[in-house]
Design a protein around this ligand. Structure first.
Ligand code: FAD
Ligand code: MLT
Ligand code: ZN
Length: 458
């Protein structure tokens, strides 16, 4: 194997050029630790192809020699899926950076896998459009990575997850064959939806090298309102009520007192209101006409609203968003967190939020639990700090609790290595058999991200 690996690396150098087969420990280090700092690994090399043809040639070499490969985009994934765990080769797609001009007739754009979401947004906005996916990692997360994880973010409520934006794709199979369907046909009922299958496949089925993305109209008026409540249940009522009476909402987010305190302390920013409150709901509405009156009327109807701040100007809107978006970075300052990303049905959300801190305390009495997320999607991020990175008891207890309440163990981050031992809690044996059959059909030698998503073979 070592000789085969040496051969693969030597021939990879011929394909991508010497500077793009990186083995220097210092340069390699950021590719082998995930964003949270919780997942680490080692790799024989980071290979950085610059074209689809180079990706294909490198994969063909790896497949022939059975060298396992972990694809990596912006390395902002939160489930340990983009870093090597068992000395796999890292295939970085960051050099695939070409972004076509916006196709204004189609309202679509073609982007290579390494283009960041921020770059797609900027290009789309300059042309009077927007991209439906938005997330705090926008300036690092890539088109390929967001397709591989089917990333959600803050606008799923209005535009759906990444899967809904993908009109076409280009991908390379494990053996180097290229699949390409980038014509942008909105309707094409000619068999299996292979592009859709790649969404959420976490690098296990093929390497995404480019995508044709659907753009959305760019509303000219955007308003953000931060609502404060003294009871979490009142905040949950406001989520339903705002959906009912504001038809231009594009985000409904929430967080609670502990997370807000941490964000304000960590970044030395003033609290949003004079008094502290238990729960906060952030609403963003956007439309061709000003949505402020509709938002104000909605706030007036919320009998238990304790306080509210409204922003229409970009700078002030960003300041309100910061209380929510800065949770991830603030929590990371406390050490590598255990990040659980779950969905609950509306019927059990209240029970979950009330009881999950005790579920955590039951197995980790000294841990701190932070709750925030995308309330409009029933998506709660349960972040737990003060627990050893290898201690799985918190994950086990929380995910079993989620399943007891009829939820899903992953809403938007995926399974990666972090949740792999618990996939069977939400996927049936029959579904997992089909997953494995698909994997075998596309990657018979099992070289693509072999340590994520699918449970280890029985
Ligand atoms: P990576 O982290 O590099 O890889 C992620 C997975 O995709 C890995 O399994 C990797 O092997 C695979 N992969 C990467 N590129 C390819 C490719 N070209 N072909 C095939 N497989 C590939 N996620 C959300 O869903 N919603 C959020 O709101 C959100 N907010 C975030 C905020 C912050 C501050 C951070 C740090 C992360 C956030 N994330 C969020 C998680 C992360 O940004 C997403 O999972 C994103 O899709 C990862 O993209 P990436 O390019 O960084 O992929
Ligand atoms: C978020 O919604 O902020 C992201 O999914 C990141 C996180 O969960 O920390
Ligand atoms: Zn999220």
């Amino acid at each position: 194997m070592a000789k085969d690996l040496d051969d693969v690396l030597a021939r990879a150098v011929e394909v991508v050029g010497p500077p793009n087969v990186v083995t220097d420990a210092e340069v390699v280090a950021p590719y082998t630790t995930d964003w949270t700092g919780r997942f680490h690994g080692t790799t024989p090399a980071v290979v950085r192809p610059g074209t689809t043809g180079e990706v294909a040639a490198v994969l063909a070499l790896c497949n022939a020699a059975r060298v396992p490969v972990v694809p990596q985009g912006g390395n902002t994934g939160l489930v340990g899926g983009g870093v090597p765990r068992a000395h796999e080769l890292v295939l970085s797609l960051q050099r695939l950076r070409h972004l076509d001009a916006v196709d204004a007739r189609a309202g679509q754009v073609t982007a290579q896998a390494g283009v960041t979401i921020g770059a797609v947004q900027s290009l789309a906005r300059a042309a009077g459009w927007d991209y439906g996916v938005d997330l705090a990692a926008r300036d690092s997360a890539t088109v390929g990575g967001t397709i591989a994880t089917n990333a959600g973010g803050v606008r799923v409520l209005r535009y759906g997850p990444t899967r809904r934006q993908v009109v076409g794709y280009e991908a390379v199979l494990a053996d180097g064959r290229v699949l390409r369907r980038l014509d942008g046909l909105e309707k094409d009922n000619t068999g299996y939806d292979l592009g859709g299958l790649l969404c959420g496949s976490e690098g296990t089925l093929a390497i995404v090298t480019a995508a044709r993305l659907r753009l959305v109209a760019r509303p000219s008026h955007t308003v953000v309102a931060l609502l404060a409540f003294d009871r979490v249940d009142d905040a949950l009522d406001a989520v339903g009520e705002s959906r009912r009476c504001v038809d231009t909402l594009q985000a409904i987010e929430f967080f609670v007192r502990g997370g807000l305190d941490l964000v304000c302390e960590t970044f030395s920013i003033p609290k949003p209101f004079a008094a502290d409150h238990d729960a906060y709901v952030l609403l963003e509405a956007a439309a061709a006409t000003d949505p402020t009156p509709a938002l104000a009327a909605c706030a007036d109807r919320l009998a238990d609203l304790a306080d509210v701040a409204v922003a229409t100007e970009p700078e002030r809107r960003e300041a309100l968003w910061r209380y929510r978006e800065a949770h991830t970075e603030a929590i990371n300052t406390l050490g590598p967190p255990h990040k659980l990303d779950v969905t609950l049905p509306p019927a059990t959300m209240s029970t979950f939020l009330a009881r999950v801190p005790d579920v955590v305390a039951g197995v980790a009495p000294r841990a701190r639990t932070f709750l925030f997320g995308h309330a409009g999607d029933g998506n709660v991020h349960v972040n737990v700090t003060g627990v050893d990175p290898d201690d799985d008891r918190v994950t086990d207890a929380v995910l079993r609790f989620v399943v007891e309440l009829h939820g899903s163990i992953s809403a938007e981050h995926g399974i990666g290595t972090a949740k792999r031992p618990w996939v069977h809690l939400t996927r049936t044996r029959e579904e997992l058999d089909v997953f494995r059959a698909i994997k075998r059909a596309l990657d018979p030698r099992g070289i693509l991200n072999p340590n994520v998503l699918l449970p280890a073979d029985r």
